[in-house]
Design a protein around this ligand. Structure first.
Ligand SMILES: Cc1cc2nc3c(=O)[nH]c(=O)nc-3n(C[C@H](O)[C@H](O)[C@H](O)COP(=O)(O)O)c2cc1C
Length: 353
Protein backbone atom coordinates (compact mmCIF):
# COMPACT_ATOMS: atom_id res chain seq x y z
CA UNK A 1 0.00 0.00 0.00
CA UNK A 2 0.97 3.60 -0.42
CA UNK A 3 2.85 5.85 1.97
CA UNK A 4 2.19 4.33 5.34
CA UNK A 5 3.44 7.48 7.07
CA UNK A 6 0.21 9.34 6.34
CA UNK A 7 -3.36 8.24 5.88
CA UNK A 8 -4.85 8.44 2.40
CA UNK A 9 -8.47 9.47 2.62
CA UNK A 10 -11.06 7.87 0.43
CA UNK A 11 -12.11 10.43 -2.12
CA UNK A 12 -15.87 10.23 -2.10
CA UNK A 13 -16.41 13.69 -3.52
CA UNK A 14 -13.26 15.66 -4.24
CA UNK A 15 -13.92 19.37 -4.53
CA UNK A 16 -14.78 20.68 -7.96
CA UNK A 17 -13.50 24.14 -7.13
CA UNK A 18 -10.30 25.59 -5.77
CA UNK A 19 -11.46 28.73 -4.04
CA UNK A 20 -13.38 30.47 -6.80
CA UNK A 21 -11.73 28.42 -9.56
CA UNK A 22 -13.98 25.76 -11.11
CA UNK A 23 -12.13 22.54 -11.85
CA UNK A 24 -13.72 20.30 -14.47
CA UNK A 25 -10.74 17.97 -14.77
CA UNK A 26 -7.21 17.40 -13.55
CA UNK A 27 -4.75 15.21 -15.43
CA UNK A 28 -1.23 13.95 -14.95
CA UNK A 29 0.81 14.97 -18.00
CA UNK A 30 2.57 12.32 -20.04
CA UNK A 31 6.34 12.48 -19.56
CA UNK A 32 8.42 10.05 -21.54
CA UNK A 33 11.01 8.30 -19.39
CA UNK A 34 9.23 9.51 -16.24
CA UNK A 35 5.52 8.70 -16.01
CA UNK A 36 5.79 4.97 -16.57
CA UNK A 37 3.04 2.62 -15.46
CA UNK A 38 4.29 2.61 -11.86
CA UNK A 39 4.25 6.40 -11.56
CA UNK A 40 0.81 6.47 -13.19
CA UNK A 41 -0.40 3.86 -10.72
CA UNK A 42 0.99 5.76 -7.72
CA UNK A 43 -0.68 9.01 -8.80
CA UNK A 44 -3.95 7.22 -9.45
CA UNK A 45 -3.83 5.77 -5.94
CA UNK A 46 -3.07 9.15 -4.42
CA UNK A 47 -6.41 10.18 -5.84
CA UNK A 48 -7.74 13.56 -6.95
CA UNK A 49 -6.53 13.06 -10.52
CA UNK A 50 -9.19 12.37 -13.16
CA UNK A 51 -6.98 10.76 -15.75
CA UNK A 52 -3.37 10.03 -16.59
CA UNK A 53 -1.76 9.73 -20.03
CA UNK A 54 0.80 7.17 -21.17
CA UNK A 55 4.20 8.28 -22.39
CA UNK A 56 4.00 8.71 -26.15
CA UNK A 57 4.02 5.52 -28.19
CA UNK A 58 5.68 6.22 -31.50
CA UNK A 59 4.16 4.88 -34.71
CA UNK A 60 6.88 5.25 -37.32
CA UNK A 61 7.64 2.64 -39.99
CA UNK A 62 4.81 0.22 -39.38
CA UNK A 63 1.64 -0.41 -37.45
CA UNK A 64 2.64 -1.41 -33.94
CA UNK A 65 2.17 -5.00 -32.81
CA UNK A 66 -0.15 -5.72 -29.85
CA UNK A 67 2.83 -6.89 -27.76
CA UNK A 68 4.42 -3.47 -27.93
CA UNK A 69 1.20 -1.65 -27.07
CA UNK A 70 0.71 -3.95 -24.08
CA UNK A 71 4.28 -3.33 -22.96
CA UNK A 72 3.92 0.46 -23.15
CA UNK A 73 0.44 0.48 -21.67
CA UNK A 74 -0.02 -2.59 -19.43
CA UNK A 75 -3.21 -0.96 -18.18
CA UNK A 76 -4.83 -2.18 -21.43
CA UNK A 77 -5.31 -5.44 -19.54
CA UNK A 78 -7.72 -3.69 -17.16
CA UNK A 79 -9.47 -1.60 -19.82
CA UNK A 80 -7.20 1.30 -18.97
CA UNK A 81 -8.64 1.77 -15.53
CA UNK A 82 -6.48 2.27 -12.46
CA UNK A 83 -9.23 2.14 -9.87
CA UNK A 84 -11.44 5.05 -10.90
CA UNK A 85 -8.69 6.78 -12.87
CA UNK A 86 -8.71 6.46 -16.62
CA UNK A 87 -5.48 5.96 -18.58
CA UNK A 88 -5.42 7.70 -21.97
CA UNK A 89 -3.14 5.99 -24.48
CA UNK A 90 -1.01 8.47 -26.41
CA UNK A 91 0.16 7.85 -29.98
CA UNK A 92 2.65 9.89 -31.97
CA UNK A 93 3.19 9.76 -35.72
CA UNK A 94 2.76 11.64 -38.97
CA UNK A 95 1.28 8.95 -41.19
CA UNK A 96 -2.53 9.14 -40.92
CA UNK A 97 -3.12 5.54 -42.06
CA UNK A 98 -0.60 3.90 -39.75
CA UNK A 99 -1.58 5.99 -36.71
CA UNK A 100 -5.25 5.26 -37.38
CA UNK A 101 -4.72 1.49 -37.68
CA UNK A 102 -2.64 1.49 -34.51
CA UNK A 103 -5.30 3.53 -32.70
CA UNK A 104 -7.99 1.04 -33.70
CA UNK A 105 -5.83 -1.84 -32.51
CA UNK A 106 -5.19 -0.05 -29.20
CA UNK A 107 -8.92 0.50 -28.80
CA UNK A 108 -9.64 -3.16 -29.53
CA UNK A 109 -7.03 -4.16 -26.96
CA UNK A 110 -8.80 -2.10 -24.29
CA UNK A 111 -8.12 1.63 -24.69
CA UNK A 112 -11.30 3.70 -24.48
CA UNK A 113 -9.39 6.99 -24.88
CA UNK A 114 -6.70 7.79 -27.44
CA UNK A 115 -4.60 10.94 -27.33
CA UNK A 116 -2.54 12.20 -30.28
CA UNK A 117 0.80 13.86 -29.65
CA UNK A 118 1.52 16.89 -31.83
CA UNK A 119 3.85 18.56 -29.37
CA UNK A 120 7.00 16.49 -28.86
CA UNK A 121 10.02 18.74 -29.53
CA UNK A 122 12.71 16.02 -29.63
CA UNK A 123 14.85 16.46 -32.77
CA UNK A 124 14.97 12.72 -33.52
CA UNK A 125 11.20 12.45 -33.27
CA UNK A 126 10.68 15.58 -35.40
CA UNK A 127 13.20 14.36 -38.02
CA UNK A 128 11.15 11.19 -38.35
CA UNK A 129 8.01 13.21 -39.05
CA UNK A 130 6.43 13.03 -35.62
CA UNK A 131 5.37 15.29 -32.76
CA UNK A 132 5.66 19.09 -33.06
CA UNK A 133 6.87 18.99 -36.66
CA UNK A 134 3.24 18.53 -37.76
CA UNK A 135 2.38 21.93 -36.25
CA UNK A 136 4.14 23.54 -39.23
CA UNK A 137 1.20 22.40 -41.36
CA UNK A 138 -2.14 22.35 -39.46
CA UNK A 139 -3.74 20.46 -42.38
CA UNK A 140 -1.50 17.53 -41.43
CA UNK A 141 -2.76 17.71 -37.86
CA UNK A 142 -6.27 17.65 -39.28
CA UNK A 143 -5.50 14.68 -41.57
CA UNK A 144 -4.07 12.51 -38.77
CA UNK A 145 -6.86 13.44 -36.35
CA UNK A 146 -9.58 12.74 -38.91
CA UNK A 147 -8.07 9.40 -39.96
CA UNK A 148 -7.94 8.27 -36.34
CA UNK A 149 -11.46 9.51 -35.63
CA UNK A 150 -12.77 7.61 -38.67
CA UNK A 151 -10.98 4.43 -37.58
CA UNK A 152 -12.46 4.47 -34.08
CA UNK A 153 -16.02 3.65 -33.05
CA UNK A 154 -17.98 6.64 -31.78
CA UNK A 155 -17.79 5.26 -28.23
CA UNK A 156 -14.02 5.84 -28.19
CA UNK A 157 -12.73 9.20 -26.98
CA UNK A 158 -10.18 11.03 -29.08
CA UNK A 159 -8.09 13.97 -27.90
CA UNK A 160 -4.95 15.75 -29.05
CA UNK A 161 -2.08 17.46 -27.27
CA UNK A 162 -0.29 20.33 -28.99
CA UNK A 163 2.11 23.19 -28.41
CA UNK A 164 1.20 26.75 -29.46
CA UNK A 165 2.94 26.27 -32.78
CA UNK A 166 6.30 25.37 -34.30
CA UNK A 167 7.79 28.86 -33.91
CA UNK A 168 4.77 31.19 -34.14
CA UNK A 169 2.58 31.20 -31.00
CA UNK A 170 -0.33 32.69 -32.94
CA UNK A 171 -0.53 29.52 -35.01
CA UNK A 172 -2.45 27.98 -32.11
CA UNK A 173 -5.80 29.26 -33.38
CA UNK A 174 -5.49 27.44 -36.69
CA UNK A 175 -4.05 24.35 -35.00
CA UNK A 176 -6.90 24.21 -32.47
CA UNK A 177 -9.46 24.49 -35.27
CA UNK A 178 -7.71 21.69 -37.18
CA UNK A 179 -7.94 19.40 -34.15
CA UNK A 180 -11.63 20.21 -33.74
CA UNK A 181 -12.39 19.79 -37.43
CA UNK A 182 -10.56 16.46 -37.39
CA UNK A 183 -13.12 15.22 -34.87
CA UNK A 184 -11.27 15.25 -31.53
CA UNK A 185 -13.44 15.94 -28.53
CA UNK A 186 -10.77 17.52 -26.33
CA UNK A 187 -7.58 19.50 -26.86
CA UNK A 188 -4.65 19.97 -24.49
CA UNK A 189 -2.41 22.95 -25.13
CA UNK A 190 1.09 23.26 -23.69
CA UNK A 191 1.55 27.03 -23.72
CA UNK A 192 4.83 27.19 -25.61
CA UNK A 193 6.00 26.82 -29.19
CA UNK A 194 8.43 24.12 -30.24
CA UNK A 195 11.07 26.85 -30.69
CA UNK A 196 10.58 28.00 -27.11
CA UNK A 197 11.44 24.57 -25.75
CA UNK A 198 10.84 24.86 -22.01
CA UNK A 199 12.45 28.28 -21.60
CA UNK A 200 10.04 31.18 -21.14
CA UNK A 201 7.02 30.99 -18.86
CA UNK A 202 4.09 29.18 -20.42
CA UNK A 203 1.76 31.58 -22.24
CA UNK A 204 -1.59 30.88 -20.58
CA UNK A 205 -3.27 33.82 -22.33
CA UNK A 206 -2.64 32.20 -25.71
CA UNK A 207 -4.11 28.96 -24.40
CA UNK A 208 -7.17 31.14 -23.78
CA UNK A 209 -7.11 32.20 -27.44
CA UNK A 210 -7.29 28.52 -28.40
CA UNK A 211 -10.18 28.00 -25.97
CA UNK A 212 -12.12 30.86 -27.53
CA UNK A 213 -11.52 29.53 -31.06
CA UNK A 214 -13.11 26.11 -30.60
CA UNK A 215 -16.19 24.58 -29.02
CA UNK A 216 -14.41 21.47 -27.65
CA UNK A 217 -12.96 21.62 -24.12
CA UNK A 218 -9.41 22.93 -23.90
CA UNK A 219 -7.03 21.69 -21.21
CA UNK A 220 -4.37 24.15 -20.06
CA UNK A 221 -0.85 22.84 -19.58
CA UNK A 222 2.54 24.27 -18.70
CA UNK A 223 4.11 25.52 -15.46
CA UNK A 224 1.14 24.77 -13.20
CA UNK A 225 3.20 23.90 -10.16
CA UNK A 226 1.22 25.25 -7.19
CA UNK A 227 -2.48 25.80 -6.43
CA UNK A 228 -1.81 29.54 -6.85
CA UNK A 229 -0.35 28.95 -10.32
CA UNK A 230 -3.43 26.94 -11.20
CA UNK A 231 -5.66 29.84 -10.16
CA UNK A 232 -3.55 32.28 -12.22
CA UNK A 233 -3.66 29.95 -15.19
CA UNK A 234 -7.46 29.91 -14.89
CA UNK A 235 -7.60 33.69 -14.77
CA UNK A 236 -5.37 34.09 -17.82
CA UNK A 237 -6.71 31.25 -19.98
CA UNK A 238 -10.30 30.94 -18.78
CA UNK A 239 -9.73 27.16 -18.72
CA UNK A 240 -11.33 24.90 -16.12
CA UNK A 241 -9.36 21.80 -17.14
CA UNK A 242 -5.72 21.45 -16.23
CA UNK A 243 -2.85 19.06 -16.92
CA UNK A 244 0.11 19.01 -14.54
CA UNK A 245 3.50 17.49 -15.26
CA UNK A 246 6.78 18.51 -13.65
CA UNK A 247 5.00 20.38 -10.86
CA UNK A 248 3.15 17.22 -9.82
CA UNK A 249 6.34 15.21 -9.77
CA UNK A 250 7.96 17.83 -7.54
CA UNK A 251 4.92 18.16 -5.26
CA UNK A 252 3.02 14.89 -5.60
CA UNK A 253 0.27 16.23 -3.35
CA UNK A 254 -0.57 18.96 -5.88
CA UNK A 255 -3.73 17.27 -7.17
CA UNK A 256 -4.94 16.68 -3.62
CA UNK A 257 -4.29 20.32 -2.72
CA UNK A 258 -6.14 21.51 -5.81
CA UNK A 259 -9.09 19.32 -4.94
CA UNK A 260 -9.15 20.30 -1.28
CA UNK A 261 -8.37 16.77 -0.07
CA UNK A 262 -5.21 18.06 1.60
CA UNK A 263 -4.85 21.61 2.84
CA UNK A 264 -1.12 21.81 3.39
CA UNK A 265 1.96 20.88 1.46
CA UNK A 266 3.34 17.55 2.52
CA UNK A 267 6.46 17.33 4.65
CA UNK A 268 9.56 16.02 2.91
CA UNK A 269 9.33 12.54 4.43
CA UNK A 270 5.86 11.98 2.95
CA UNK A 271 7.13 12.89 -0.49
CA UNK A 272 10.19 10.68 -0.06
CA UNK A 273 7.95 7.75 0.85
CA UNK A 274 6.73 7.73 -2.76
CA UNK A 275 10.27 7.12 -3.99
CA UNK A 276 10.48 4.03 -1.78
CA UNK A 277 7.11 2.99 -3.15
CA UNK A 278 8.45 3.39 -6.68
CA UNK A 279 11.55 1.28 -6.00
CA UNK A 280 9.58 -1.51 -4.34
CA UNK A 281 6.97 -1.72 -7.10
CA UNK A 282 9.60 -1.56 -9.82
CA UNK A 283 11.68 -4.38 -8.33
CA UNK A 284 8.55 -6.42 -7.64
CA UNK A 285 7.72 -6.47 -11.35
CA UNK A 286 10.44 -8.97 -12.11
CA UNK A 287 14.17 -9.59 -12.11
CA UNK A 288 16.72 -7.37 -13.85
CA UNK A 289 15.02 -4.10 -13.00
CA UNK A 290 17.64 -2.75 -10.57
CA UNK A 291 19.21 -0.25 -12.98
CA UNK A 292 15.85 1.10 -14.07
CA UNK A 293 14.68 1.41 -10.46
CA UNK A 294 17.91 3.22 -9.58
CA UNK A 295 17.73 5.68 -12.48
CA UNK A 296 14.03 6.46 -12.14
CA UNK A 297 14.10 6.84 -8.37
CA UNK A 298 17.08 9.22 -8.58
CA UNK A 299 15.17 11.13 -11.22
CA UNK A 300 12.17 11.46 -8.91
CA UNK A 301 14.40 12.53 -6.00
CA UNK A 302 15.89 15.19 -8.26
CA UNK A 303 12.41 16.40 -9.20
CA UNK A 304 11.45 16.59 -5.50
CA UNK A 305 14.60 18.64 -4.90
CA UNK A 306 13.38 21.36 -7.27
CA UNK A 307 10.56 22.31 -4.89
CA UNK A 308 11.92 21.29 -1.50
CA UNK A 309 15.29 22.36 0.01
CA UNK A 310 15.22 19.46 2.43
CA UNK A 311 14.68 16.98 -0.41
CA UNK A 312 17.65 18.66 -2.12
CA UNK A 313 19.80 17.72 0.91
CA UNK A 314 18.67 14.11 0.57
CA UNK A 315 19.24 14.06 -3.18
CA UNK A 316 22.73 15.55 -2.86
CA UNK A 317 23.64 12.97 -0.24
CA UNK A 318 22.36 10.02 -2.26
CA UNK A 319 22.81 10.93 -5.90
CA UNK A 320 26.10 9.09 -6.30
CA UNK A 321 24.73 5.75 -5.14
CA UNK A 322 25.10 3.14 -7.86
CA UNK A 323 23.17 0.44 -6.08
CA UNK A 324 19.40 0.60 -5.71
CA UNK A 325 19.37 -1.27 -2.39
CA UNK A 326 21.78 1.27 -0.89
CA UNK A 327 19.75 4.14 -2.34
CA UNK A 328 16.57 2.68 -0.85
CA UNK A 329 18.24 2.38 2.54
CA UNK A 330 19.41 5.97 2.30
CA UNK A 331 15.92 7.23 1.48
CA UNK A 332 14.40 5.09 4.26
CA UNK A 333 16.83 6.53 6.85
CA UNK A 334 16.11 10.05 5.62
CA UNK A 335 12.38 9.41 6.08
CA UNK A 336 12.88 7.98 9.55
CA UNK A 337 15.04 10.90 10.68
CA UNK A 338 12.54 13.43 9.37
CA UNK A 339 9.47 11.66 10.73
CA UNK A 340 11.15 11.50 14.16
CA UNK A 341 12.06 15.17 13.96
CA UNK A 342 8.44 15.95 13.03
CA UNK A 343 7.16 13.95 16.00
CA UNK A 344 9.51 15.77 18.38
CA UNK A 345 8.39 19.14 17.06
CA UNK A 346 4.78 18.14 17.54
CA UNK A 347 5.58 17.01 21.09
CA UNK A 348 7.24 20.33 21.87
CA UNK A 349 4.21 22.13 20.52
CA UNK A 350 1.95 20.18 22.91
CA UNK A 351 4.20 20.20 25.98
CA UNK A 352 5.73 23.61 25.64
CA UNK A 353 9.47 24.27 25.15
C1 LIG B 1 10.82 14.53 -19.51
C2 LIG B 1 9.57 14.93 -20.24
C3 LIG B 1 8.97 14.03 -21.11
C4 LIG B 1 7.80 14.38 -21.79
N1 LIG B 1 7.17 13.45 -22.57
C5 LIG B 1 5.98 13.75 -23.15
C6 LIG B 1 5.21 12.77 -23.85
O1 LIG B 1 5.58 11.58 -23.91
N2 LIG B 1 4.05 13.15 -24.43
C7 LIG B 1 3.59 14.44 -24.35
O2 LIG B 1 2.54 14.75 -24.89
N3 LIG B 1 4.28 15.38 -23.69
C8 LIG B 1 5.43 15.06 -23.07
N4 LIG B 1 6.09 16.02 -22.34
C9 LIG B 1 5.48 17.34 -22.15
C10 LIG B 1 4.61 17.39 -20.90
O3 LIG B 1 3.50 16.52 -21.03
C11 LIG B 1 4.09 18.81 -20.63
O4 LIG B 1 3.40 19.24 -21.76
C12 LIG B 1 5.21 19.79 -20.31
O5 LIG B 1 6.15 19.24 -19.41
C13 LIG B 1 4.67 21.10 -19.73
O6 LIG B 1 3.90 20.85 -18.59
P1 LIG B 1 4.50 21.01 -17.08
O7 LIG B 1 5.10 22.40 -16.99
O8 LIG B 1 3.31 20.82 -16.18
O9 LIG B 1 5.55 19.96 -16.91
C14 LIG B 1 7.26 15.69 -21.66
C15 LIG B 1 7.89 16.59 -20.79
C16 LIG B 1 9.01 16.23 -20.09
C17 LIG B 1 9.65 17.23 -19.16
Amino acid sequence: MLDNSRPIEILSSPARTLGAVPIDSLALAPMEGVTDEIVREIFAELGAVDYVVTEFIRVSGEVLPPKLLLRECPELRTRCLLGATLVHLQLLGGDPGRVATTARLAHELGAPAIDLNFGCPAPTVNRHDGGATLLKAPERVLAVTRAVRDALPSSATLSAKVRLGWDDPDAIVEIARAVEEGGASMLTVHGRTRAQGYAPPADWARIGRARESVAIPVVANGDIDTPEALARCHRESGCTRFMLGRGALARPELFRLARGVDHEYWPTHSRLALVIEYIDRCLARGPGRERLALARSKQWLKALATADDDARVVFDALKRHEDVTALREGVASAIEARAERGAKTALRATNGP
